[in-house]
Design a protein around this ligand. Structure first.
Ligand code: NAD
Length: 299
């Protein structure tokens, strides 16, 4: 039986461990928040007193932490856990972090003979609970095949994006495009409404025309057009504006690193930052609709 070390039991890591435990895997778990650790132990995980303890005597070590700083802090430096990990253990970091950070940690792992994958996810907390996440993996194909049975328990789609760091690059490219699509969709819907159109009728027309896109198909930002989406519930739940701002920041960092031109991503980031400052940081990212509604309301 495969034993798993799992570090980071937050909104995403918590339900991911629940699904692994349900599938019968043994988990050595750790989080710096004791309540989260207790919850996992109540579900059948073994509590560890430190990240280093969760990283030993396991076949696979998974981490799900907030950002680059936390991942580098966990694995690297004098206090980093890479020194404790047996080279037979496969390391899978599922956090969304800068591609440069992912490469730095993987290269340090490689120097110690440890295989490491970057495997950020898409699908949000709902996907983590339902076990339907999309894993976007960077690293060696053989290492991915070792991780696949576990990823298939936590997710539905598993993509190999390329070498180390490629998972993170693909994830931030997708989220940058998503931010642009959502902002453009909200802007167009408001233009139609301001000119007397019904947003539901306009959505149907654009869905079947050349402006059709994922936001119109499954995540309409205009309240009242679709049920069961955040716009139908005061933009509660879903994917937070704060997280979109974080991912757009990673996209800008990567653009600076390589000299890529990202004018649309940069504009979307600025819009989301000012929207967050208006008190929407903890709302779903489709609430960007309110930016355009507010302009109309002021007239
Ligand atoms: P979260 O803040 O809820 O969870 C992170 C957990 O890591 C926390 O419980 C925290 O206590 C723990 N932690 C931090 N440093 C630690 C350390 N050194 N040792 C042990 N535990 C430590 O965040 P989340 O929503 O679960 O997101 C995790 C990652 O997944 C992020 O990179 C995020 O961008 C990405 N992501 C989130 C979503 C989402 O909808 N929440 C969707 C896709 C991807």
């Amino acid at each position: 039986m495969t034993t798993i070390g799992f570090i980071g039991l937050g909104n995403m890591g918590g339900p991911m461990t629940t699904n692994l435990l349900k599938a019968g895997y043994e988990i050595k778990a750790f989080d710096i928040v004791p309540e989260l650790l207790e919850k996992s132990v109540a579900e059948g995980a073994t509590a560890c007193n430190s990240a280093a303890e969760a990283a030993v005597d396991v076949d696979v070590l998974i981490s799900m932490l907030p950002a680059s700083l936390h991942v580098e802090g966990l694995y690297l430096g004098d206090d980093g856990i890479l020194g404790n990990i047996d080279p037979k253990t496969l390391v899978v970091d599922c956090s969304t972090i800068a591609p440069g950070s992912a490469r730095k940690v993987s290269e340090a792992a490689d120097e110690k003979g440890i295989s490491m994958l970057d495997a950020p996810v898409s699908g949000g907390v709902g996907g983590a609970v339902a076990g339907t996440l999309t894993f976007i993996v960077g690293g060696a194909a053989l290492a991915l095949e070792r991780a696949r049975p576990l990823l298939e328990i936590m997710g539905k789609n598993i993509f190999h994006a390329g070498n180390t760091g490629a998972g993170q690059v693909a994830k931030i490219c997708n989220n940058m495009l998503l931010s642009v699509l959502m902002t453009g969709t909200a802007e167009s819907l408001q233009l139609g409404v301001d000119n007397g159109l019904d947003p539901a009728v306009l959505s149907e027309i654009m869905k079947k025309s050349s402006g059709g896109n994922w936001a119109l198909e499954t995540y309409n930002p205009y309240p009242g057009v679709m049920s069961g989406v955040p716009s139908a519930n005061e933009y509660e739940g879903g994917f937070l504006v704060d997280l979109m701002i974080k991912d757009l920041g990673l996209a800008m960092e990567s653009a600076l690193d390589t000299g890529a031109s990202t004018p649309m991503g940069s504009l979307a980031r600025n819009l989301y930052i000012s929207h967050g400052k208006d008190g929407y940081g903890r709302k779903d990212f489709s609430s960007i609709q309110r930016v355009f509604t507010r302009v109309t309301a002021k007239k």
